[in-house]
Design a protein around this ligand. Structure first.
Ligand code: SF4
Length: 784
């Protein structure tokens, strides 16, 4: 069977490789993946006697039949500290059936089998380090696969070959082809993302390889579970019975890779190990899209004489061939983003916790450890989460650590679909939803290319000015009847002990805060808060009136789409009439918060009881129609994927085309630490830095010609982060935020006010001009 009608597998090698490359490029684009992992050789005893294997050892050569839990954890901890995401358990097959010492060790330690011990160690590693186990336990029975499914997001077993007469497999009961095919099939039935593969040049021939690849494709057709296929070249090793056999000829290896790419469905990832070829760059030319596991810590225990290339070399070789290197998890993204189908319930969160929005591995450098939260400490309306235990060193929103330096980037590059989108925008096209998704898919040097275009557009539209506004947030209450699952700010009346002290400012308090703000030079107060059960719509009118009575020239930027929709609803008044009454008492603009992600699939999980997408858009349309301007926010990095980001941008852009009422776009990265949905193990830990950069840059590109101002939140991203974003399309720093409570309540640590001098320091290294603005982007601080 061929997936390329008209393709002959008998083509000369260069043409076969070209066909394979074309399939790879169409399906996988410019992304080449690898899995940063640590290898845990749980036992080197094996009941099989494969003629090429140096991994398996007799008991006499080993200190102990199995690694102890302490040894397992020590290796895993080293891997976690080095930034790995995967713990690959390598082990021999059923050693207890051959070696009494193995059976005795298992009995002494209360394990029923090697697989039983493996399951226990995988659980230990997962719980203690957060590394995701991949179980490579050979030919297994369905109940064993099912047992491991609860502790390992993916499993693997090389099919090797379907030939049953290979010398290499003599004396190896687990290498009987029927056993291995049965394992592969059972994995499909159990919905286990599975890795398999063939070994090339160890006695089988070309037809055998084709037969094995076709069998893998057939199994995938039943189960949809084959996430990747490894094509591995045989190398003779000293101390094995095949030490004098010829190594796999390079051309046969390249041909096998190309055949795999053409025979297997294109969505199956194709891997060849980089450490088994001297010139591994050529493997890319045969159609692979993955380098497999690369360990910064441990040797390849199966091929100890062939060390891993370091990650810098892997990156250089990949980039020299015109691709971008990206880390993945042990479970591939196509499976990771469908957890209910492909993962045991216990593993949904551990996978999500290491994922980015694409379902790839979080790619900021550093270690990721499971978050532990201690007793909530009540510090009034501020930060309440106390993190305990090992702290992740990888960057995330709200951490004290500075984000990695992505910008400026020394070398940028865009090819393929991404280059087409960037060219189209430069030619004046407005990117559609699919094109925006392509922009969000940028990796490596491509991120720099997207940021470059965003920076060009920023320069065209607003020049070098970097603007800011002097303002104060007044969050009049933290009591809220809504149950937004991302919100670490609101306090339900029944959760006092857990969530700190509920408060409700009086009108006098609010007026007093407005006076203080004015005395400190603020031109704007930003009024937002929870939806208190006692509020009716008149509350917002009273608040506005109180502020304007206290400071008549103050610009009142207040009330989200949710608040005004609720206010009007509680008064049973048409929204337009209600907004006009608010304007009459002094409301000047509406903040764009409560938008979160304008995609109802996502809102159903994040904030099911809040205004839906249409209601948010309708509220802003109505506001614009009555003469109030507003802005667009997006809260990103919790549960959603880039498709939802693109929908959000397109929907708000469409409204802007209709009304012209939005002044700016404000990306608000999700701060996970104290948010209920994260504490309930239901969300990612915010966006990665690459995603933050892209959200601002793609916002600039997608809104070009529609919304001129792109704002970065220094509260959430810090000064160093915002400085990078000013090179990715951003032109506005937002407000001084004399009080900043909401982000701090969710655990962010940048929640202190900025002033003009601090903004000047932020901007100075870029040589850009700092300008104070009004809320509506007037160039001088004139009160509204
Ligand atoms: S986000 Fe707003 S509406 Fe939702 S729970 Fe928090 S305070 Fe209430």
């Amino acid at each position: 069977m061929s997936h390329l009608p008209g393709t002959s597998w008998d083509l000369p090698l260069p043409e076969l490789m070209a066909e394979a490359r074309a399939v790879r490029d169409r399906q996988h684009g410019t992304r080449i993946t690898y899995s940063p992992k640590v290898f845990i050789p749980l036992t080197m005893l094996c009941r099989d006697k494969c003629g090429y294997c140096t991994f398996a050892q007799p008991p006499a050569r080993l200190d102990a039949p199995y690694l102890t839990p302490e040894q397992v954890l020590k290796i895993a901890r080293q891997g976690a500290a080095a930034g790995c995401h995967e713990a690959l358990f390598t082990l021999g097959e059923r050693p207890e059936d051959r070696y009494p010492v193995a059976a005795q060790w298992l009995a002494d330690n209360d394990y029923g089998s090697t697989v039983d011990y493996l399951a226990s160690m995988a659980r230990l590693v997962l719980d203690e380090t957060g590394l995701l186990p991949h179980a490579n336990a050979g030919a297994l029975y369905p109940e064993e696969l099912a047992q491991l499914r609860a502790v390992a997001p993916s499993q693997g077993m090389m099919l090797e070959s379907l030939r049953d007469d290979l010398d290499a497999h003599r004396g190896s009961p687990d290498k009987v082809p029927a056993r291995r095919l049965a394992t592969l099939e059972a994995a499909g039935e159990l919905r286990i993302p599975f890795t398999t593969g063939i070994l090339v040049g160890f006695g089988e021939d070309r037809n055998d390889r084709i037969e094995a690849l076709e069998a893998i494709a057939a199994s995938h057709a039943h189960g949809g579970h084959v996430q990747e296929v490894i094509v591995q070249n045989f190398l003779p090793k000293d101390g094995t019975s095949m030490h004098q056999a010829a190594p796999c000829p390079p051309d046969a290896f390249l041909e096998a890779i190309a055949l795999a790419r053409l025979i297997l469905p294109p969505e199956i990832h194709l891997q060849a190990p980089p450490n088994l070829s001297d010139d591994f760059g050529v493997l890319l030319q045969a159609g692979i899209d993955d380098w497999g596991g690369v360990s910064p810590v441990t040797a390849d225990h199966v091929n100890p004489e062939r060390p891993w290339p370091d990650r810098d070399r892997l990156r250089t070789v990949t980039e020299d061939a015109g691709f971008e290197l990206a880390p993945r998890l042990t479970i591939y993204p196509e499976y990771a983003i469908r957890p209910t189908e492909w993962l045991h319930a216990d593993l949904h969160f551990p996978v999500q916790d290491r994922s980015d929005a694409d379902g790839m591995a979080r790619d900021d450098p550093g270690a990721v450890y499971p978050q532990s939260v201690g007793e909530a400490s009540n510090v009034g309306d501020g930060a309440e989460v106390v993190l305990v235990g090992r702290r992740s060193s990888q960057w995330y929103v709200g951490t004290d650590a500075e984000p990695p330096m992505l910008l400026p980037m020394s070398e940028t590059r865009a090819t393929g679909e991404l280059a087409k989108v960037l060219d189209a925008v430069r030619a004046g096209e407005v990117p559609d939803e699919d094109q925006i998704v392509t922009l969000f898919g940028a990796r490596g040097r491509e991120v720099g290319a997207v940021a470059e275009l965003a920076d060009e557009l920023r320069q065209q539209v607003v020049g070098d000015a970097v603007t800011w506004v002097s303002n104060r947030n007044i969050n009049y209450t933290n009591v809220c009847t809504f149950k937004c699952r991302f919100c670490g700010f609101s306090k339900g009346p029944l959760s006092l002990n857990l969530r700190g002290t509920p408060y409700l400012l009086t009108l006098d308090d609010i007026a007093q805060r407005a006076v203080e703000a004015s005395e400190m030079g603020a031109t704007e107060v930003c009024l937002q808060g929870g939806i208190h059960p006692k509020f009716d719509g008149d509350y917002y009118i009273d608040v506005t009136r109180a502020v304007k009575a206290a400071v008549p020239h103050m610009h009142v930027h207040g009330f989200t789409a949710l608040e005004v929709t609720e206010g009007a609803k509680r008064l049973d008044e048409p929204l337009a009439d209600y907004l006009r009454r608010l304007m009459d008492v002094g409301l000047a603009t509406l903040p764009g918060t409560a938008a979160e992600i304008l995609d109802d699939e996502v809102r159903a999980v994040l904030c099911a009881d809040k205004v839906n997408t249409q209601e948010w858009l309708d509220a802003h349309r109505t506001a614009h129609e009555v003469g109030l301007r507003s802005n667009v926010t997006i809260m990103f990095g919790s549960i959603e994927h880039p498709r939802s980001w693109a929908r959000h941008l397109v929907r708000t852009r469409d409204l802007q085309a209709e009304t012209g009422g939005f002044t700016e776009f404000v990306p608000l990265p999700f701060v996970h630490m104290a948010s209920p949905i994260y504490l309930q193990r239901g969300a990612r830990r915010g966006p990665t830095w690459r995603e933050v950069v892209l959200m601002h840059a793609v916002g600039r590109i997608a809104y070009h010609g529609y919304i001129d101002n792109i704002q970065a939140s220094w509260v959430k991203l810090g000064v160093a982060g915002v400085r990078q974003l000013l090179q990715a399309g951003v032109n506005d720093l937002g407000g001084t935020l004399i009080d900043e409570n909401i982000s701090r309540a969710a655990g962010a640590s940048h929640g202190q006010g900025m002033d003009e001098a601090a903004f000047a320091d932020l901007v100075a290294p870029l040589g850009r001009r700092l300008e104070q603005r009004t809320t509506l982007y007037g160039v001088s601080p004139q009160p509204a």
